[in-house]
Design a protein around this ligand. Structure first.
Ligand SMILES: [Mg+2]
Length: 268
C-alpha cells in the first residue's frame, strides 16, 4: 500500500469514527453475531452488528413498535450517544470488511477497476442513513405508532437528521469506486421527497433509489431480497448490505449484512 493510500484509508476511518463525537471507538462491540432470523430467512448471513435491535417475536410480515414500557431505556440509549457510538462502530467494520471484499472480488482497490467490476453496496434509508428518533421522541415519545401526519410533515420538510457515520461510509464507498444502491420500504409516492431530502444531506450519486412498488404485498425481507437479486441479474456484485433490520439483509443476494441499532421498531 502506498503512503497516499494509507493516508486516504486512515482519513476515511477517522471521518467515520469522528462522527461518534469524542467517544472512543470500541470495535469489540461490533461483532459477527448470531441473530434469530426465523425459519424462512436462512441464506445471506453472516451479519455484523452489536445486538441492539428488537427481536422478531415471530413476526413474519408488517412491523411493531417497542411501546411505552421500554420508552425510558430507548430515550436513554439514543440521547446518551450510545446509539451513535454503535452506528460508528458498525460503519467502521463495514468499511474494513468491504475493502477486503473489493480487493478479492475485483483484484484491486483502484476506483476505476472497482467501478469496472461493478462492485456494489446496498443501503437502507430510515434508521440507516437518516434518523427518525428525533421525530418519534417529539411526536410519539411512547414509541407506539407515529401518525401519518407527522411522517408526511417530516417527508415534506426534510426534518430527519442524517446518521453521520453511515453517510461517511456511503461517501467512503463512492471514493473506493463502489456503486451504492438505496433500497427502502418507503413507497413510490415518497420518491421525490426522499431524493430531495437525501440530496440535502449530501447523499447523492447512488446507482438507484429502489422503493416499495405500488401494490406490492411482500414482506420487507422477501421484497428487498428480490430487489437485490434483480440488481445481481443486471451484473452488479453486491458485497455489503447496510440496514437497521434483519429484513435489510435476509434471504441472500448479498455477501455480508451490517446491522445498525434500532430499539424503536421492528420490520419483518
Ligand atoms: Mg430502516
Amino acid at each position: 500500500m502506498t503512503f497516499n493510500k494509507r493516508i486516504a484509508r486512515g482519513a476515511a476511518l477517522v471521518a467515520i469514527a469522528a462522527c461518534a463525537l469524542v467517544m472512543p471507538v470500541n470495535l469489540a462491540s461490533a461483532e459477527t453475531i448470531s441473530v434469530d432470523v426465523g425459519t424462512k430467512l436462512s441464506d445471506g448471513l453472516p451479519i455484523t452488528g452489536n445486538g441492539q435491535n428488537l427481536p422478531s417475536m415471530g413476526l413474519t410480515t408488517g412491523y411493531w413498535f417497542a411501546g411505552p414500557s421500554p420508552a425510558p431505556l430507548v430515550i436513554s440509549y439514543y440521547s446518551s450517544g450510545e446509539a451513535l457510538k454503535h452506528q460508528s462502530e458498525i460503519s467502521v467494520a463495514a468499511l474494513k470488511w468491504t475493502r477486503s471484499w473489493v480487493k478479492k472480488e475485483c483484484g484491486s482497490t483502484k476506483p476505476a477497476k472497482v467501478r469496472a467490476c461493478k462492485a456494489a453496496a446496498v443501503f437502507d434509508v430510515d434508521e440507516t442513513l437518516v434518523s427518525n428518533y428525533e421525530l418519534f421522541v417529539e411526536a410519539d415519545p411512547q414509541f407506539t405508532i407515529p401518525s401519518a401526519v407527522d411522517i408526511s410533515a417530516a417527508n415534506a420538510n426534510c426534518t430527519r437528521p442524517v446518521i453521520a457515520p453511515v453517510r461517511a461510509l456511503f461517501k467512503a464507498f463512492t471514493r473506493l469506486g463502489i456503486t451504492s444502491f438505496i433500497i427502502t420500504g418507503r413507497p413510490e409516492a415518497d420518491r421525490v421527497s426522499t431524493t430531495t431530502c437525501l440530496a440535502g444531506l449530501g447523499i447523492a450519486g447512488y446507482g438507484d433509489l429502489i422503493m416499495m412498488p405500488t401494490g406490492n404485498t411482500q414482506n420487507a425481507a422477501n421484497r428487498k431480497a428480490d430487489q437485490r437479486h434483480a440488481l445481481i441479474k443486471k451484473g452488479w456484485k453486491i458485497g455489503p448490505s447496510i440496514g437497521d433490520q434483519i429484513s435489510d439483509m435476509a434471504n441472500g443476494s448479498m455477501q455480508h449484512g451490517f446491522l445498525l441499532p434500532n430499539l424503536m421498531y421492528y420490520v419483518a
